[in-house]
Design a protein around this ligand. Sequence first.
Ligand SMILES: [Mg+2]
Length: 311
Amino acid sequence: MRGWLTDMIRADNRTTKTNIIMVGIGKSTMLLRMRSDFHPFDESARSVMAKAYSKSKNRLILLDNEGTLGPSDPFKGNEFLAQVAPLSEPVENILRVLAADPHNTICVISGRERDHMQDKFGGIKNLGIAAENGYYHAWVNENQPLEFSKLMEIKDWGWKETVLDILKSYKDRTDGSFIVNKDCSARWFYRDVDTDFGIKESNELVAHLQIILENLPLDIVHGKGYVEVKPRGIGKGTYTNQMLDYVRKKKGDIDFILCMGDSTTDEETFASVKEAPRSATLEVSSLLRRIEKHILCDCGTEGVVGRLLRE
Ligand SMILES: [Mg+2]
């Protein structure tokens, strides 16, 4: 194992300084490449975060939905489209308490559509809800239907039909795959497909789309088990920047930021926050969550945000 590790380090040509660490036991063993400034989410990190939280007066908390506040997409195919995985009671209670604190601005950012988010989070007063990765935003007000505003106005949707035709051809030839046609994007899911075949098909689809959509202001995202096409600029990063501006204008300088997520789309949130001037920022990234699962089993989302409330 050590020889392999050494080869990996030598083969790496990145300029950013990173460390490779090994976590897990037996079959669950994995190697993770971490930035050199990475800190495991251990007891001392939790204590620092809890102290920073209790001292701060204007906090921004941005949380991903599936895979972070609960299980990652527990349903398959058509079930995935129709079902809403409920929040666990402890997580719902924590969100309720955090959202009720006037020093907090707390938002859940999800790739899911508005109806799904309304059903799942529409009862938590003061919570910010971002659907379709931030294309739609709403604040939850008691006893009132959610009023969603758009992140930006997109005029040209002519690309959607072409993209859907291409996605359909891949769906037809790939058993177990399905398409989700959202307001601002079109997504082909292959997560329920045989792993090797799904990866092969998805890579081919991405290459195909890159040729067809070249020179159009669109992003092709190859995420965890899906390929998505959306207008450039729509995403968690732009949403985060707008939320940072909103909170600063409304409440002044932000002195505590916590972001949690488990997938590549959340990296946009982390990147936006890193660029923001702040006095205390804590980031719980996908890698941290993976490490929590393998080393610090008591520190899921409930462990992280629950600790803030207990201190
Ligand atoms: Mg997620």
